[in-house]
Write a protein that binds this ligand. Structure first.
Ligand code: MLT
Length: 232
């Protein structure tokens, strides 16, 4: 298990990496793809996203800074905006403060998956299909550990360890133990930093949605600049 800060210096060749930013970037990605978006292009910088979107002349820009929609973008980073009507068949050019940056830090992975509470079981099953080592990369908030991502990581480890005996590092083990003791995700996260911030700027409904477990069974992955779904 890695935090985004440590990941900057790491290479993940030979490994399957799962990127988590439950509040809210990876929840948005999973939601948009579940609702029929054709793909998501993640970018670290706002200008890069704008430039690529202009060159494509298709789809739309989405993303946030400090949790709020970026000027000139169609959508912010609330998963509730990414409805079927809004995204079906569309390409999304996305930049967020931590989530899209974490993806960029993980590009050396053999396979790079996108997870959040909404697809814990599906991702766990997908990871168990392979013999490769797994790195769970929590985006965190402003390069700091965040409980929202870490608890989700713990729940993935818990799910996987119900099926096979895992060798886990101590950070992973600690998070699995927290997951073992957790029955109410929102209660556990209620005093955490980014959860409290999003609440303070009026995104209570997002918090309810982002902490919903296993609503979907998709396993989005990153390849050649795009996040998309495996072919059925
Ligand atoms: C991020 O990538 O930092 C987050 O998704 C921020 C947010 O809550 O919108």
């Amino acid at each position: 298990l890695e935090s985004a800060k440590c990941a900057l210096k790491k290479k993940f060749n030979g490994k399957n990496v799962v990127v988590i930013d439950v509040l809210r970037a990876t929840t948005v990605m999973v939601t948009a793809l579940e609702n029929g978006a054709s793909c998501i292009y993640p970018f670290k910088e706002i200008d890069e996203a704008k430039e690529k979107w202009r060159a494509k002349k298709d789809g739309f820009l989405a993303g946030e800074r400090r949790g709020l929609k970026i000027e000139g973008f169609k959508f912010g980073n609330s998963p509730l905006e990414f409805t079927k009507e809004a995204v079906q068949g569309k390409e999304i050019f996305m930049t967020t403060s931590n989530g899209t940056r974490a993806i960029e830090n993980a590009l050396s992975a053999d396979n790079l998956y996108i997870a959040c509470y909404l697809n814990i079981s599906a991702i766990s099953e997908k990871l168990l299909e392979s013999e490769k080592d797994v790195v769970i990369l929590c985006a965190g908030t402003d390069d700091e550990f965040s409980l929202d991502d870490s608890l989700c990581a713990g729940m993935i480890i818990k799910k996987m360890s119900e099926k096979i005996k895992l060798e886990i590092n101590d950070l992973g083990l600690s998070l699995k133990k927290i997951a073992d003791l957790t029955s109410d995700i929102k209660e556990i996260l209620s005093e955490s930093k980014h959860y409290s911030y999003l609440k303070s700027i009026g995104y209570e409904n997002d918090l309810e949605y982002c902490t919903t477990v296993d609503a979907f069974s998709i396993t989005p992955f990153y390849k050649n600049g795009k996040i998309k779904l495996p072919l059925k």
